[in-house]
Design a protein around this ligand. Structure first.
Ligand code: SDX
Length: 376
């Protein structure tokens, strides 16, 4: 037994997987043998769904079949839909997501079947229902009419349409789809690790996803994309963003959207891709100054702290310009990552060993309760 304690499990290899690997040296995110950036540039999110859940890139007919299987299970159980309307209007959307996914479990007839086939079917059901919980949940608590998916629209277009109520343009769909791909899977972040830990007790995929949602809500993790957008809106201009970052750094505060436990001082390849997407989207939305402001912030952090932006830094303004409410930035991240988390749960169930680490004990020893206090 190794007895050295690594805070935050830093540098610890906690799982064996054939799903993904962050090759920091080669600055490549490997997804079942493919470079995630190439997948994001040449394929669609549902291609990556097939790759992650079935182990190989689907051909056109298999990808269409996956889309049909997902569309066939669109819709939430009436009780879950009704529950969304019972949530308080101040509810955090990650809590609405966590609660609703938990409620969904009770309506799944295959809940405790941990076979690859049953888990694969449950993963597709989750890929259909999680985006609807994100969109319906937000519209329910903001007292807006729920938008039903349009059968003429693609999976990705429908996800955006159900949120905004507007049919997205081809460019908006392409950029949103690319963001879903780069958010889809990223090795063993805190949330996916939480899911694998839960699955290792032979608990079900819904419970594992609920644990991942609770983890992803934190601003050190998935919650960062919302915090980035609030920072950009608070600053408003390039100069003010530079001043705001400098003042935060002077107070030893963390700047959301920068740094990464694995990439450390190296760039996050996904951020570069979303930066290119923002470079296209900003002028089309007459928001060039938003792009310029983000670039200024990036330059300040690189010179002041030697830190690079992570995916959340550029995904946030992209989502803002796509018309996604800020409260839904992290829920959209979770919806996209549902496929990666599902793949890890399936792998854990198929080749399991219970996670049960030890501790480095720093407490007292050899104490004894006072005599004569024995409760008769
Ligand atoms: C995601 O794991 C994943 O893969 C996650 C994710 C995924 O796809 O699932 O990539 C998604 O969670 C991205 C990260 C989003 N979070 C943020 O943007 C929040 C801001 N980032 C930081 O809190 C931080 O960078 C972490 C939490 C992401 C990583 O922190 P570490 O590895 O614990 O690094 P650290 O705290 O040891 O910091 C090392 C140094 C420190 O300086 P010193 O005290 O040594 O002088 O870097 C500094 C830190 O102060 N630092 C920052 C900083 N991040 C690190 N300083 C200012 N702003 C920051 N953002």
């Amino acid at each position: 037994m190794s007895d050295h304690y690594l805070p935050g499990l830093e540098h610890v290899i906690a799982s064996e997987t054939s799903i993904s690997f962050l090759d920091v040296e080669k600055e490549e995110i490997v997804i079942r043998g493919y470079d995630l950036m190439e997948l994001a540039e040449q394929m669609t999110y549902l291609d990556v769904v097939g790759l992650l859940l079935e182990g190989e890139l689907p051909n056109e007919s298999r990808r269409q079949a996956i889309e049909s299987l997902i569309q066939a299970v669109y819709g939430l159980p009436p009780n879950v839909r009704a529950m969304l309307h019972l949530m308080p209007d101040r509810a955090d959307m990650m809590d609405v997501l966590r609660t609703s996914i938990s409620a969904l479990a009770s309506f799944d007839d295959e809940l405790d079947d941990r076979s690859l086939e049953a888990n694969g079917r449950k993963a597709l059901r989750l890929l259909a229902k999680v985006p609807q919980i994100v969109a319906y949940g937000y519209r329910a608590i903001t007292k807006q009419p729920l938008i039903e998916p349009d059968p003429k629209l693609s999976y990705t277009a429908n996800f955006l349409y159900m949120i905004t109520g507007t049919i997205p343009s081809p460019m908006e769909v392409a950029i949103f789809d690319q963001s879903l791909i780069v958010y889809s899977e990223h090795e063993l972040p805190n949330s996916t690790f939480a899911a694998r830990v839960i699955a290792s007790t032979q608990s079900d995929i819904y419970g594992a996803l609920v644990g991942a949602v609770a983890s992803l809500k934190g601003t050190l993790h998935g919650g960062a994309n919302e915090a980035v957008m609030h920072m950009l809106l608070e600053a408003g201009t390039e100069d003010d963003l530079e001043a705001l970052i400098r003042s935060k750094l002077a107070r030893k505060e963390r700047i959301m959207g920068f740094g990464h436990r694995v990439y450390m001082r190296k760039p996050d390849p996904r951020a570069l891709l979303m930066k290119e997407a923002l470079a296209k989207l900003a002028p089309a939305c007459n928001q060039q100054e938003l792009y310029d402001m983000c670039v200024r912030g990036e330059n300040v952090m690189r010179t002041e702290k030697g830190l690079h932006p992570n995916l959340d830094y550029y995904a946030a303004p992209v989502y803002y310009l796509l018309g996604i409410p800020i409260e839904l930035f992290t829920p959209v991240f979770l919806a996209a990552r549902t496929v990666g988390i599902s793949a890890h749960v399936m792998e854990q169930h198929a080749n399991n060993r219970l996670f049960r680490p030890r501790v480095h004990y720093t407490g007292a020893r050899d104490l004894h309760p006072p005599q004569g206090n024995i409760v008769s």
